[in-house]
Design a protein around this ligand. Structure first.
Ligand SMILES: [Fe+2]
Ligand SMILES: [Fe+2]
Length: 299
């Protein structure tokens, strides 16, 4: 399935998703060619880290959509059906807009398209080799990652000041908002179709290994292309930002570990007020996305 056709499918289903408070919002970000090369904290290491994450979204989120769509016929509950529609529409739009952002990285000489292509090969293999239930469990695990990382982006104002390009800031905050709006969907579908605890947590452990392997290799390829792989001081500073005791990943650890509780549900992480605040900041009168959103009546 192409990214374009996925986006079209999402557009058709806007109304159901909007009714379930997961409205797919049609965006059209324009990343200028003269966008700052090192748009995160003026750091090659951190910019290439976030850019590596961005290269995972077009293929990764298409995989998420397909793994949920495999079970669509089994869903009879009208609310969950509508939530699935919203989820599919939102993820399709994320794939499209991150593709545009990745094209900008490519113009700056980063191998974004190669990383996107290679992940596509890996995921095509996963689709063929793995049972559908495991594909859905992979999505549940990675949706947990995206939800807690996105929550940190929304809660911690340092990210917002670190993203030094206004268009990039809008992209990441919009995506962060919607990841939390739809964070329960894959999880609830997994429970509905009889996905169990043991498979969920075992898959999470394996996914964690693959996630950091794929991101690590991608990040190294980005730094190599940027001739910054051996910028020892710059890379150590960036590594400290991600992995020091108060760094990005250690701060996520408690929420990551919550996933291993037998009765865990994504709504245990209460983001209701946070999302209300950010919907106002992004979509309210004079909100940050006023120029981008193409279907404001459904936002
Ligand atoms: Fe997404
Ligand atoms: Fe998502």
């Amino acid at each position: 399935m192409t990214h374009a056709s996925t986006a079209d499918a999402g557009t058709v289903r806007q109304t159901a998703g909007a009714k379930a408070n997961i409205p797919p919002r049609r965006m059209d970000f324009e990343f200028a060619d003269d966008t700052k090369r090192y748009w995160y904290k003026n750091s090659p290491f951190l910019t290439t880290f976030w850019s590596t994450l961005s290269t995972l979204f077009p293929e990764g989120e298409t995989f998420f959509v397909d793994s949920v769509r495999n079970y669509r016929k089994d869903i009879t509950d009208p609310l969950l059906k509508a939530q699935v529609s919203g989820f599919i529409g939102q993820e399709a739009m994320h794939s499209k807009e991150h593709k545009a952002f990745n094209d900008l990285a490519e113009k700056h000489g980063f191998p974004a398209n190669n990383l996107d292509r290679d992940l596509g090969i890996l995921l095509r293999f996963a689709r063929k080799a793995l049972p559908k239930k495991i594909q859905l469990a992979i999505t549940v695990a990675l949706e947990h990652y995206t939800a807690i990382l996105a929550e940190q982006l929304l809660r911690d104002p340092s990210h917002q000041s670190n993203i030094e390009d206004p268009e990039a800031l809008k992209l990441w905050m919009w995506h962060a908002l919607e990841e939390n709006e739809h964070k329960i969907v894959a999880y609830d579908v997994y429970n509905l179709v009889g996905g169990g605890y043991f498979t969920r947590v075992l898959t999470m452990l394996i996914v964690t290994f693959f996630f950091f392997t794929v991101v690590g290799i991608g990040h190294i390829r980005m730094l190599w292309a940027d001739r910054k792989l051996f910028d020892v001081w710059g890379n150590l500073k960036g590594f400290w930002y991600l992995w020091s005791p108060k760094g990005l990943f250690p701060k996520l650890l408690p929420q990551y570990l919550d996933f291993f509780k037998p009765g865990f549900h994504p709504n245990d992480h209460d983001t209701v007020q946070l999302l209300d605040d950010w919907r106002e900041k992004l979509l309210g009168k004079d909100g940050m996305l006023a120029d981008q959103i193409k279907n404001p009546q459904r936002a």
